[in-house]
Write a protein that binds this ligand. Structure first.
Ligand code: SF4
Length: 352
C-alpha cells in the first residue's frame, strides 16, 4: 500500500478552514420555537408529498423529525435506497451534498432538495474530479474503487463505489481476482482496507476532518477511567486510533455493536450525532464520545461535522421556498455514476 497522489491533506484543511469560517452559526431555539418549526415542516412534507431522509450525523432533533414523519435515519447508502423505494415525489435529504447527489443518481425522476447545498464534506472537497481523473489515467492497469463520499463526477470515473460497510468485502473480492486497486479519497479507510485484505492498493491522499481529530492518547486516558468499556471506531479514524478498537465498523455496524456487545459502556470514535440512534438501539448502555484534539481542531465542536450541523430546523422549514437548494445531476453523468453504484448494490445483494 502506498500514498502516491500529490494532493495533501493540509491543502484541503486550508480550504476547509476558509469554508467553515464563512459558515453562519446555528441559531438556538426555545422549545416553543422548535415545536413551531417542526409543525411547519411536518405540514410542508404532507403538502408536497415529500419525505425526510436524515443521516446519523445530523442533529438529533432532525433525526427525530425524520422518524416522526415516516422518513428514515440511516447511513448514506440506506438513505438513497429508502428514497428510491419510497413513493414520495420529493426527497428532502438532511446530510451532505454527495448524499443528495447519490439520491438523485438512484432516483433521477424525483425532486431532491437539501436544506443547503453548502453542506459538503472534506473527502468530497479533497478529491476534485479533474485531478482524480488524471491520477487514474496514470495507473490504467488498476481498478478504481471510490468511497461513497465523493462527487457524482468522481463516481462516474470509478469502476466501483463502496460504503464503509461493504468496502472490505468488495476489495477482498477484487483482490481474489488479482486486481490491483486505486482507492479514493479517504487514506485512513483505504489504509485499513489494504491492511485487512492484503490487496495491492494505492491511495488518494485525503481525510475526514472529524475522524482525523480522534487521538489514541485521549482514548487510552478514557479507557483508564472506564476499563470495561468497549472501544468502537469508525475506520475513517487514524491507524493509531483503529489499533485501540474492539470493533471497527461503519455507522450501522457500530450501532449494532453497541447493542449486541456485553459491555455496559462504550467509547465511540465517530461523529457524536450517532448517539441519537445508538442510545435508542442500546438504551441500557453508557456512551462516551472519544476525545478529539481539542484546541486547533478544525471542527466547529469536537466530533461534530460542521456540514452535517448545517441541517437545522430553520433551513429545513425553508426548504421549499428557496431556489438554490435542489440537486441536479447531469443525466449522462448520472448514468455513468450509476454503473459503479449498481455494481455495489448487486454485490451487496449477492453477499447478503
Ligand atoms: S463527518 Fe467527515 S466524512 Fe462525514 S460528511 Fe463530515 S467531513 Fe465528510
Amino acid at each position: 500500500m502506498s500514498i502516491v497522489s500529490d494532493r495533501h491533506s493540509s491543502d484541503v484543511y486550508e480550504l476547509v478552514k476558509d469554508h467553515i469560517a464563512n459558515l453562519s452559526q446555528t441559531p438556538k431555539f426555545t422549545p416553543e420555537q422548535q415545536q413551531a418549526y417542526k409543525d411547519k415542516i411536518k405540514a410542508l412534507l404532507v403538502e408536497h408529498n415529500a419525505v425526510l431522509v436524515a443521516h446519523y450525523y445530523t442533529d438529533p432533533v432532525v433525526q427525530a423529525l425524520a422518524e416522526e414523519t415516516g422518513g428514515c435515519v440511516s447511513d448514506s447508502l440506506e438513505m438513497a435506497r429508502f428514497g428510491r423505494d419510497h413513493d414520495a415525489d420529493t426527497l428532502i435529504v438532511a446530510g451532505v451534498k454527495f448524499m443528495g447527489e447519490t439520491a438523485k443518481i438512484l432516483t433521477p425522476e424525483k425532486r431532491v432538495l437539501m436544506p443547503t447545498l453548502e453542506a459538503t464534506c472534506s473527502l468530497d472537497l479533497g478529491c476534485p474530479a479533474d485531478e482524480f481523473a488524471e491520477f487514474c489515467d496514470q495507473h490504467p492497469d488498476r481498478t478504481v474503487v471510490v468511497y461513497a463520499n465523493t462527487s457524482a463526477a468522481v463516481k462516474a470515473r470509478a469502476d466501483w463505489v463502496v460504503t464503509s460497510s461493504i468496502a472490505l468485502d468488495v476489495v477482498d473480492y477484487l483482490d481474489s481476482r488479482g486486481e490491483k486497486i486505486i482507492w479514493a479519497p479517504d487514506k485512513h479507510l483505504g489504509g485499513y482496507v489494504a491492511e485487512q485484505t492484503g490487496a495491492d492498493i494505492i491511495l488518494w491522499d485525503s481525510a475526514c476532518i472529524v475522524h482525523e481529530e480522534f487521538k489514541a492518547k485521549g482514548i487510552e486516558d478514557l479507557k483508564a477511567l472506564y476499563p470495561d468499556a468497549a472501544v468502537l471506531v469508525h475506520p475513517e479514524s487514524p491507524k493509531s486510533v483503529v489499533a485501540l478498537a474492539d470493533v471497527v465498523g461503519s455507522t450501522s455496524q457500530l450501532i449494532n455493536a453497541a447493542k449486541t456487545l456485553p459491555n455496559k459502556q462504550c467509547i465511540v470514535a465517530t461523529d457524536q450525532g450517532i448517539f441519537y440512534k445508538m442510545q435508542q438501539m442500546a438504551p441500557d448502555k453508557e456512551l462516551y464520545i472519544a476525545p478529539t484534539a481539542g484546541s486547533g481542531a478544525t471542527c466547529r465542536s469536537c466530533a461534530n461535522c460542521p456540514w452535517m450541523a448545517m441541517n437545522e430546523l430553520e433551513s429545513l422549514s425553508k426548504v421549499f421556498e428557496r431556489d438554490d437548494n435542489e440537486i441536479f445531476v447531469d443525466p449522462e453523468l448520472g448514468k455513468q455514476a450509476m454503473k459503479p453504484l449498481q455494481r455495489m448494490l448487486d454485490f451487496a445483494k449477492v453477499a447478503g
